[in-house]
Design a binder for this molecule. Structure first.
Ligand code: FAD
Length: 487
């Protein structure tokens, strides 16, 4: 409900901003709020203090208390650690936005570019305890009241993006949507590093930066980085979202936080016998939607007519022309119905961004992982620190639910790297430390990372139980840089 204070219209606008449920509404209410309070969001250094000063009614104050607590951490040195740095972040997915927040707390000027203009992913992410703690600290519950209520440990991708977008804007991050990054523009004349954008005339094309963070998701790899392919046995993932009407009956249905074939042979055998559906694993989360993710066996997909023709190449096998969408809907529906014991009787598909039934099939056979997390490029005496975060650093296997936790760990590690850069640490040392930390990422689990969530900060030592920040020597890094840049 909007605040009804007739005296100060900005209170009502702030409420609308807090509650906004689309990217467009968030941006519109934010623009209106800035206008009403007469604050220029481009004035990133004074934006948040001015906002706090001019919007100090109880609801806003409760949020400022949380953000101030985070901002007061010693790592940020009162927002002065990176005052000379200008950072371009590519991608307003959860990891790009989470990184942007940290960089702005360090005092850097931060610009985020996002090619889409809506947040539409219903799919649900599993949250490790530290991410829940972290997001609560950023006021997640104020933006989204249902955030991790009770024992819930998940959130839809779009809700997470909305929360992080709101926090980013409040902290003075510039977020541009509907702008595609097309590459780096090398320094020339007096200009430093810039970006080639579509539309070309976008004002952010004039932004000069010394830090570039790519959080472009999936297989988006900026020039200079190299990816490793980890090819396993064929793994076909299916996701499906059904409308959650929040009825009492739906509330009763138990979630499935991950059943793998090896642990419950009986369940999978019954599923196969009764429906012809053959799965390796299945996860069910009750969120804004009823969300299912499963790994299906090729033979059963062929038999049920979901895949039309058998090919040995996964790309050919799962090409849209080789998939029968109707049969896929039936397959996902029946798997969802059976695995919830028929207790979700009115399973109606939610709609995806294109207004179609939200079901999709993905290939997890070949996962990508960047060989390096960081790089420094230098042209005409101008250095550019580059870093990768999120899925473009390490692609996650969704049913395992590791994506967002490792994504946030990398976002913090990257912020730590930018902090060292901002504080004038020699660049080979900055990179060597970042690569030393990166070695740990793929082995992290909720069990082997620190349980002291309250102490988590961008300093890796607060999160990893055993971390050797000099596992990689600066000399090794210089060889890597030369190799990557000259290949
Ligand atoms: P993303 O969330 O993918 O964000 C990257 C952003 O960069 C996107 O918004 C993209 O539009 C933008 N971008 C890319 N290129 C450019 C460019 N050139 N210029 C400007 N912007 C650009 N994980 C799960 O655990 N379970 C799931 O069911 C699941 N479903 C998914 C469904 C889809 C369709 C996708 C794409 C991802 C899914 N994921 C899922 C992965 C999950 O979304 C990520 O692990 C998580 O969001 C963190 O990713 P990220 O921020 O690194 O990247």
């Amino acid at each position: 409900m909007a605040d009804q204070d007739p005296v100060n219209p900005s209170h009502a606008t702030f409420d609308l901003f807090i509650q906004a449920q689309t990217c467009k509404d968030v941006k519109n209410h934010f623009a209106e709020l800035c206008k009403q309070l007469n604050i220029d969001p481009k004035d990133f250094r004074t934006f948040y203090p001015k906002l706090k000063e001019r919007l100090n009614y109880w609801k806003a104050k409760a949020l400022w208390t949380k953000l101030d607590k985070r901002a007061s951490h010693q790592d940020y040195q009162q927002g002065k650690a990176c005052t000379k740095n200008k950072c371009l972040v590519l991608g307003a997915g959860p990891c790009g936005l989470r990184t942007a927040i940290e960089l702005s707390l360090l005092g850097a000027q931060v610009v985020v570019l996002e090619k889409r203009d809506s947040f539409s992913r219903n799919n649900v992410l599993h949250l490790w305890p530290f991410t829940i703690y972290d997001l609560r600290g950023l006021g997640a519950k104020k933006f989204y009241g249902k955030f991790c209520t009770g024992s819930l440990d998940h959130i839809s991708i779009r809700q997470l993006q909305l929360i992080l977008l709101k926090v980013s804007l409040l902290l003075g991050v510039e977020v541009h949507t509907g702008v595609e990054f097309q590459g780096l523009v090398e320094p020339s004349g007096d200009n430093g590093w810039m970006a080639k954008l579509q539309p070309t005339s976008h004002p952010a094309a004039a932004f000069q930066f010394d830090v570039f963070i790519s959080a472009g998701g999936g297989r988006f790899v900026p020039d200079g980085f190299k990816h490793k392919e980890l090819r396993g046995k064929l793994a076909i993932g299916i996701t499906a979202n059904f409308i959650n009407r929040n009825t009492a009956a739906e509330a009763q249905v138990a979630e499935i936080s991950g059943v793998a074939r090896i642990y419950n042979q009986k369940f999978f055998q019954e599923l196969l016998t009764e429906t012809g559906i053959d799965l390796e694993n299945i996860v069910y989360y009750k969120d804004d939607t009823h969300y299912f993710v499963m790994t299906a066996k090729k033979k059963s997909l062929l038999k049920k007519g979901v895949i039309k023709q058998d090919y040995s190449d996964a790309e050919e096998l799962l090409a849209p022309a080789n998939v029968d969408y109707e049969a896929l809907c039936h397959y996902a529906h029946d798997a969802a119905y059976f695995s919830t014991g028929g207790k979700l009787p009115d399973l109606e598909f939610a709609q995806n961004y294109a207004g179609q039934r939200d079901v999709a099939m993905f290939d997890f056979t070949c996962m990508h992982r960047a060989e390096n997390a960081s790089l420094v490029r230098e042209r005409r005496g101008k250095k550019l620190l580059m870093g990768l975060v999120g899925d473009c650093l390490v692609e996650p296997f969704w049913p395992l639910g590791t994506g967002i936790a490792r994504g946030f760990l990398a976002a913090f590690d990257t912020a730590w790297m930018v902090r060292s850069w901002g504080m004038g640490v020699a660049h080979l040392k900055v990179l060597a430390e970042r690569e030393s930390i990166y070695q740990l990422l793929s082995q992290t689990t909720p069990e082997n990372t620190s349980k002291n969530y309250g102490a988590y900060s961008i300093n890796p030592k607060t999160r990893y139980q055993r971390v050797n920040l000099s596992a990689i020597h600066p000399n090794q890094v210089s060889a890597i840089i030369l190799y990557l840049l000259n290949r």
